[in-house]
Write a protein that binds this ligand. Structure first.
Ligand SMILES: [Zn+2]
Length: 432
C-alpha cells in the first residue's frame, strides 16, 4: 500500500515564559547540524562522510556534552546534516557545484521520541524540559487540511518540524501525517506485525551494570566505579563532587578515563541490543531513570549520568533495529516475586539474592527485577493494545523462552540446554 504523507501546518499556543526554551532548542539543534556538516563535508580533499552511524559514533557524545538537548534531538541534528551532505555529494557527482551544508533557518526536527503528538496538543522536548503547546485550531476545521489529516484518526504523526515565523512571532508545527493502513489490512496483519516481545533491563550501581530478563549479566559496575575513584583520587577533587554537576565533573575527567567509560557503556548497550535481537524483542524496558539517586542506595550523580547515557545509547541504536525503548515505574520491581507475584520488602534477602517469602523461589535479585520490569511494560502495552486492535500477542523474553501476561509459556528450542539452577524454565514459569 502506498505510503501517503501529508504535511499540515498548525499554529502553536506556546505558554508564556517558554518562548526562550524553544529558541534555545533551535540554536542548539542548528549547532548540532552545523557541527556535523563541518565534520562530514571534506570535499575536495577527501570523501565526505554520508554514514549516519559513523557520524553518530564520532559526534554524539561530544554534542550531548556541549548542548542541553535530549538524546533524540541531538541525533536528529546529526542526521539532518548527514542527509544534506548526501544530497551535496549527489550534486557533486552530477558535476554541479555545491559547498558544505549550512543550517540557519529556524527549524527543529521532532519525532515521537522527542515529542508526544496528540490531536489537540503536542509535548516538545527542549533544553529546559518539555513544553506543552495547544494547537490553535480554526473554528471550522472540517474542510481544512487540519480537519482532514491532523484531526483524522486514520492518519498518524511522523517526523515533524517546529518552525517560527519572525514577522508574527508565532510558532508552527509542520506535522507530517501518514495514512495508516485500512481497517481490513490492520486486522489481518495485526497478529504478525503487532506481535510484541519485551526485554526487561535492570540497572545497578554494583555488580553487573545491567541484567536482562533473558538472564544476561552485562558490564561491570564495580570496574566502572573503580576507574572513577582512581580518577578522582589523582585529581584530588573529591570535595567538589557534591556541588558540581556530574556533567561537569565527567567532562573534567581526563580523556582516557572518559573514553574508557563511554566505551564500556557503548559495549553494554550493544550487548543489551544483541539480547533483544537474539530473542526477537520488539521492545526494551528500563526503569524510569529520573530520581534514580533517591531510589537507589549508593547511587551518585555519576551513576545517574552513566545510566542515562547507557539508556540513550540503547535508544538510538534501537531505532536502527526498529526496536522501541521505554521506561516503566520502578515501584516494587525489586520486591515482587517474578514467579508467584508475592510482593514484600522482606523478599530481598541479601544484596544480590532474592528469596520469595511465600513460594521460596530463589534467584539473582537483579535478574528477578529485570523480569518484573519487562512485565510492567508488557502490561502497559497490553492495555494500550486492548483499546486499539484487541488481541495481538504480547509476551516478555526470558532466558528460556517467552511468557505471556496470563502465564502462557513458550520455551525456546534450546532451553533444556541451559542450566541455571535458580530458573529452571519448566518449573519456574508454569506455576506463574
Ligand atoms: Zn514467590
Amino acid at each position: 500500500m502506498e505510503d501517503m504523507i501529508r504535511t499540515v501546518k498548525v499554529k502553536l499556543d506556546v505558554p508564556d515564559g517558554r518562548y526562550d526554551d524553544l529558541h534555545q532548542t533551535k540554536d542548539q539543534f542548528l549547532y548540532c547540524a552545523n557541527t556535523t556538516a563541518a565534520w562530514a563535508w571534506r570535499h575536495p580533499d577527501e570523501h565526505c562522510v554520508t554514514s549516519k552511524q559513523q557520524a553518530e559514533n564520532a559526534l554524539y557524545d561530544r554534542l550531548r556534552d556541549e548542548t542541553a538537548l535530549t538524546a533524540n534531538v541531538v541525533q536528529k541534528g546529526i542526521r539532518r546534516a548527514i542527509e544534506a551532505t548526501k544530497s551535496g555529494v549527489a550534486r557533486l557527482k552530477k558535476g554541479e557545484t555545491t559547498s558544505q551544508p549550512q543550517f540557519d533557518a529556524w527549524s527543529v526536527v521532532y519525532d515521537k521520541r522527542s515529542a508526544t503528538f496528540h490531536r489537540d496538543h503536542v509535548s516538545l522536548s527542549t533544553v529546559n524540559g518539555r513544553v506543552e503547546c495547544e494547537y490553535v485550531l480554526p473554528d471550522d476545521p472540517e474542510e481544512t487540511p487540519i480537519g482532514e489529516y491532523l484531526l483524522n484518526e486514520e492518519y498518524e504523526f511522523r517526523m515533524s518540524t517546529l518552525q517560527y515565523d519572525r514577522s508574527s512571532e508565532a510558532f508552527y508545527l509542520h506535522a507530517r501525517m501518514r495514512r495508516t493502513t485500512d481497517k481490513h489490512e490492520q486486522s489481518t496483519t495485526a497478529s504478525n506485525a503487532e506481535h510484541r516481545t519485551v526485554l526487561g533491563v535492570d540497572l545497578n550501581v554494583d555488580g553487573s551494570l545491567a541484567v536482562t530478563s533473558t538472564g544476561a549479566f552485562i558490564g561491570n559496575a564495580d570496574e566502572i566505579n573503580h576507574r572513577r575513584r582512581e580518577f578522582e583520587k589523582t585529581r584530588g577533587s573529591m570535595q567538589q563532587t557534591g556541588t558540581r554537576s556530574a556533567h561537569l565533573s565527567i567532562q573534567s575527567m581526563d580523556d582516557r578515563e572518559h573514553r574508557w567509560i563511554q566505551d564500556e557503556l557503548h559495549r553494554a548497550s550493544n550487548q543489551i541490543l544483541d539480547e533483544a535481537r537474539d530473542h526477537g524483542c520488539t521492545h526494551v524496558a528500563f526503569e524510569n531513570l529520573t530520581d534514580i539517586r533517591d531510589r537507589m542506595a549508593g547511587a551518585k550523580r555519576f551513576h545517574a549520568w552513566a545510566f542515562r547515557r547507557l539508556y540513550e545509547y540503547v535508544e538510538y541504536k534501537a531505532e536502527l533495529l526498529g526496536v522501541e525503548v521505554e521506561q516503566v515505574s520502578p515501584a516494587y520491581t525489586s520486591q515482587r516475586c517474578s514467579k508467584c507475584g508475592f510482593t514484600h520488602e522482606t523478599n530481598r534477602g541479601s544484596k544480590h539474592q532474592f528469596t520469595c517469602q511465600k513460594c521460596e523461589y530463589e534467584l539473582n535479585a537483579d535478574y528477578n527485577a529485570s523480569k518484573n520490569i519487562a512485565r510492567k511494560l508488557l502490561k502497559r502495552l497490553h492495555s494500550e493494545q486492548k483499546s486499539s486492535d484487541g488481541g495481538a500477542p504480547c509476551q516478555y523474553a526470558l532466558k528460556s523462552g517467552t511468557l505471556t501476561l496470563n502465564g502462557g509459556f513458550t520455551a525456546t528450542v534450546d532451553s533444556t540446554a541451559e542450566g541455571e539452577s535458580t530458573d529452571k524454565p519448566t518449573t519456574s514459569v508454569v506455576g506463574y
